[in-house]
Design a protein around this ligand. Structure first.
Ligand code: NAP
Length: 255
C-alpha cells in the first residue's frame, strides 16, 4: 500500500514477457497491496508506464536496455527495482549523479533477489575471518552467458573484506603448475569455480577450511520463483529508500 492511502501501489514490469518478468507479473498480481498496471515488452513505448500511473517499475530486461530504462524512469519520478545484470561502475556513477538531482526517487539494483543468496554473502563475510582457506563453487544452467556469476564475484569481495578485517593474508596454496586453469578464477584473492550443467538453475557453495575442520555455506535456487520474495520486498521498500541502493541487503536488517 502507499503511505498516503490504503490503495495498492501501482507497479509496472519491464521485460514482462521474459522468464523473470512473467514470474514478477504473477507475483505482483498475487499481492493484495500491489496492482500491476503495465506490462512492457521490447518495442513498447516507456510512455505507457507513466500513462498507467505506475509508482514503481521493475526492470527485468537485458543489459543493453536497462541503463536507458532506469534513466527514463528516474526522469519521470518513478521508483525502480532492477534485477537486470550487467551494470558497470560507470553506469552506477551516472545513475547516482542523476538521483542526486531527483527528489526522493529510489532505485534498487539487486544482482540477486534470492533472500538465501543475500544471506550466503553475509554469512560468508562473517565466517571469513575464522578460516585460513576459502573457495567458492558457483553452479548454473548452461545458457548463462557470463562466468563467474555476479553473485560469486560479490561473495568473493565479501570474503576478502572479512579476511582483511580479521588480518588474514592470502589463502594457502602451493600450486606451482596449472596450465589448464584447474584452480579456477581468482577474484579478490579467492578461487572461484564455475560449473555449467543442464538441470541447474543457480547454486552457490562457499567452502571454508581450518585445521581439522570444514565449514560450508550453500544456497540453491531451484526455480525462478525463489527470486520473487526479494522482488516484492524491493517493490515495497524502494520508495522509503531515496537514492541508489545496490544489493537487496540494503533493505534487510542484517546487522
Ligand atoms: P529473458 O527471459 O531473456 O527476458 C528478458 C526480456 O526482456 C525478454 O522478454 C525481452 O524481450 C525483454 N526486453 C528486451 N529489451 C527490452 C526493452 N528495452 N524493454 C522491455 N523489454 C525488453 O531473461 P530473464 O531470464 O527473464 O532475465 C532477465 C534479466 O534478469 C537478465 O539480465 C538476468 O541476468 C537477470 N536476472 C536477475 C536475477 C536477480 O536475482 N537479480 C535473477 C535471474 C535473472 P525479447 O524476448 O523480445 O528479447
Amino acid at each position: 500500500m502507499t503511505e498516503s492511502s490504503s490503495r495498492p501501489t501501482r507497479v509496472a514490469v519491464l521485460g514482462a514477457s521474459g522468464r523473470m518478468g512473467a514470474a514478477a507479473c504473477a507475483s505482483v498480481e498475487g499481492a493484495e497491496d500491489l496492482e500491476l498496471v503495465a506490462r512492457i515488452g521490447r518495442g513498447d513505448p516507456l510512455g505507457a508506464v507513466a500513462e498507467a500511473g505506475a509508482e514503481v517499475a521493475i526492470d527485468l530486461t537485458i543489459p543493453s536496455a536497462t541503463g536507458e530504462n532506469v534513466r527514463w524512469l528516474v526522469e519521470h519520478g518513478i521508483h525502480a527495482v532492477v534485477g537486470t545484470t550487467g551494470w558497470t561502475e560507470k553506469g552506477l556513477a551516472e545513475l547516482r549523479a542523476q538521483l542526486d538531482g531527483a527528489d526522493g526517487i529510489g532505485v534498487l539494483i539487486a544482482p540477486n533477489f534470492a533472500i538465501g543468496a543475500v544471506l550466503t554473502m553475509r554469512f560468508a563475510e562473517i565466517a571469513a575471518r575464522y578460516y585460513e582457506s576459502a573457495e567458492i563453487i558457483e553452479m548454473h544452467h548452461p545458457d548463462k552467458l557470463d562466468a563467474p556469476s555476479g553473485t560469486a564475484t560479490h561473495t568473493a569481495a565479501a570474503i576478502a573484506r572479512g579476511r582483511a578485517a580479521g588480518g588474514l593474508g592470502p589463502v594457502p596454496d602451493a600450486t606451482e603448475k596449472d596450465p589448464a586453469g584447474a584452480r579456477g578464477a581468482v577474484v579478490d584473492g579467492i578461487h572461484v569455480h564455475a560449473v555449467r550443467q543442464r538441470g541447474l538453475v543457480a547454486h552457490e557453495v562457499v567452502q571454508f577450511g581450518g585445521v581439522g575442520e570444514q565449514f560450508t555455506v550453500r544456497h540453491d535456487s531451484f526455480d525462478r520463483i525463489s527470486f520473487m520474495p526479494g522482488v516484492l520486498l524491493g517493490v515495497r521498500e524502494v520508495a522509503a529508500h531515496p537514492g541508489l541502493t545496490v544489493g537487496l541487503d540494503g533493505y534487510m536488517d542484517l546487522g
